[in-house]
Ligand binder design. Structure first.
Ligand SMILES: *[C@@H]1O[C@H](CO)[C@@H](O)[C@H](O)[C@H]1NC(C)=O
Ligand SMILES: CC(=O)N[C@H]1CO[C@H](CO)[C@@H](O)[C@@H]1O
Length: 473
């Protein structure tokens, strides 16, 4: 596919260089030829002849800019073995240049993993409590983790950071050093893409997106987030920096190392520290939402809008909070998509072809993420007569899954519900959710109003008429 996708992309570059102009004129000719040779229904910059090239088993998208990108996977020793190997087989499979940065130097499935903290000030490493895990790993290596349970609770990265988690405490120190490490690792790269083990990256869509920007401009792309007054790119959604942005922030920090060490020590989120340094260096955040996402497909509200932008009609580049098994599943789905479809994979497609088939009228041991607590209060507040009317039953029995469904059915806006131990939750948004925790006495059971969801999908699809794929500003 992606060959001519990128021909289009080159044409659309904001400030094309001579080389690109030359290339663009050749590909324009090829593109025009292709238009006449492909089916008349061709409506997307993605002709089927190229899909074939992408599509043969295990092949990867062909793109002029793939070699210009370095993908950096940032991890920590406490989570790396559990989460990183999956990425070599899935999200990184087609990425020609990638590197894994951690807090322990080691080899994982034949890939060298670098210690990103080796150049942090020695005094800080010796004295700051955040480095307890790091120093322990330095002396005892990975084997030392087994003996130190207190050091390895939880994961090493991730947005829902637990401050008491030593892996998380250390993680924030990696963001600024990783800029210099990545620049040294691949100085010829024009784009640097930073992801985490819980990030799912759709590589063909990233290529297609970045081809639309001029990499000689300083770009700091991310999913917007605020802590206090600082606007920054949320780490779990992936952060994209052009080389000029990398150089600017690196030079700015080098001149004020102690100042940023101090700021890092006092702050709790590394992505925010990076955002602050970039802003100080004169590189503001470019909001790449909705293309970069902070939620997993199973948890994302398909109606989410931020700054008036709904994700549904737009191509997805990342998801976050995606567990290794879901990374595998999504990767299989993504490959299948590009084998058979000749349009870019969008959030709406992922909902319709990946999420929706997993919804059912009733699913046991399943937590639907219906969080509308008020429904329980609603039930409690009803008189016995109202309960009888509502549930159309002779006698009001203790709440049950059936009652919960009846309540959902009665409310036109309700799309899903879940029931557990006398508690009914209903929701006007539709999410797949996750398996329930099995330690509950009575397992959670969830249900979806499939007919209403079908109508909802049609309604959402109608909003896509005439909508551009990408937000470029
Ligand atoms: C696109 O891919 C999905 C998922 O693999 C598949 O269900 C659908 O039939 C494909 N559509 C076309 C037009 O090939
Ligand atoms: C029945 C039930 O437990 N439902 C759950 C649905 O999801 C919300 C939000 O995660 C939970 O609070 C509910 O407990």
């Amino acid at each position: 596919m992606i060959g001519s996708l990128f021909s289009m992309s080159s044409l659309l570059r904001l400030i094309p260089s001579h080389r690109i102009l030359f290339r663009a004129s050749i590909v324009t000719c090829l593109f025009i030829i292709q238009i006449f040779w492909t089916r008349p229904t061709f409506s997307h910059p993605n002709p089927s002849s190229d899909i074939m090239r992408y599509g043969s088993q295990n092949s990867c998208p062909q793109s002029a800019i793939a070699d210009d990108i370095l993908v950096v996977l940032r991890t920590g020793a406490t989570e790396a073995l559990k989460k990183v190997p999956t990425h070599f087989r899935t999200t990184l499979r087609c990425v020609p240049h990638h590197v894994v940065y951690s807090d322990l130097e080691e080899t994982i499935e034949g890939h060298h993993v670098y210690d990103m903290l080796d150049e942090v000030d020695d005094e800080i490493k010796r004295t700051h409590p955040d480095f307890r895990l790091y120093n322990h790993l330095k002396i005892h290596g990975r084997e030392g983790l087994d003996s130190q349970e207190s050091l390895q609770m939880g994961d090493g990265t991730g947005g829902t950071g637990n401050l008491k988690n030593p892996g998380w405490a250390l993680d924030k120190w990696k963001f600024l050093p990783m800029i210099d490490k990545a620049l040294q690792h691949r100085p010829e790269a024009k784009w640097f893409v930073f992801i985490e083990p819980d990030t799912y990256l759709i590589w063909p869509n990233l290529l297609e997106y970045l081809a639309r920007f001029n990499p000689s401009e300083p770009y700091y792309m991310g999913k917007h987030m605020y802590i206090d007054e600082i606007l920054f790119g949320y780490g779990g959604a992936g952060i994209v920096l052009s080389k000029p942005a990398m150089q600017k922030v690196s030079e700015h920090r080098m001149a004020r190392l102690a100042e940023y060490d101090q700021f890092t020590a006092e702050h709790w989120a590394g992505d925010c520290v990076l955002g602050k340094a970039l802003d100080d260096a004169g590189v503001p955040l470019f909001v790449a939402f909705p293309h970069l996402q902070g939620d997993a497909p199973a948890a994302l509200d398909p109606k989410t809008t931020k700054r008036g932008r709904t994700a549904w009609c737009h191509p997805a580049i990342t998801y976050h909070h995606v567990h290794p098994q879901e990374v595998e599943d999504l990767s299989a789905f993504e490959q299948k998509w590009y084998l058979t479809n000749n349009t870019l994979l969008r959030y709406g497609d992922i909902f319709k072809y990946y999420i929706q088939p997993q919804l059912s009228a009733s699913r046991s041991n399943w937590d639907n993420l219906s969080g509308d607590e008020y429904s329980k209060r609603t039930l409690d507040a009803l008189t016995d007569r109202e309960k009888v009317n509502l549930f159309r039953e002779e006698k009001y029995a203790p709440y049950s899954f059936k009652h919960c469904r009846a309540l959902c059915r009665r409310r036109r806006s309700c799309l899903q519900f879940s029931y557990s131990q006398g508690r009914c939750f209903i929701s006007g948004t539709v999410r797949l959710g996750y398996e329930g925790s099995s330690n509950q006495r009575e397992r959670i059971r969830s249900g979806w109003m499939l007919g209403r969801i079908g109508e909802f999908v049609q309604e959402m699809d109608r909003t896509c008429d005439g909508v551009e794929d990408w937000f470029l500003s």
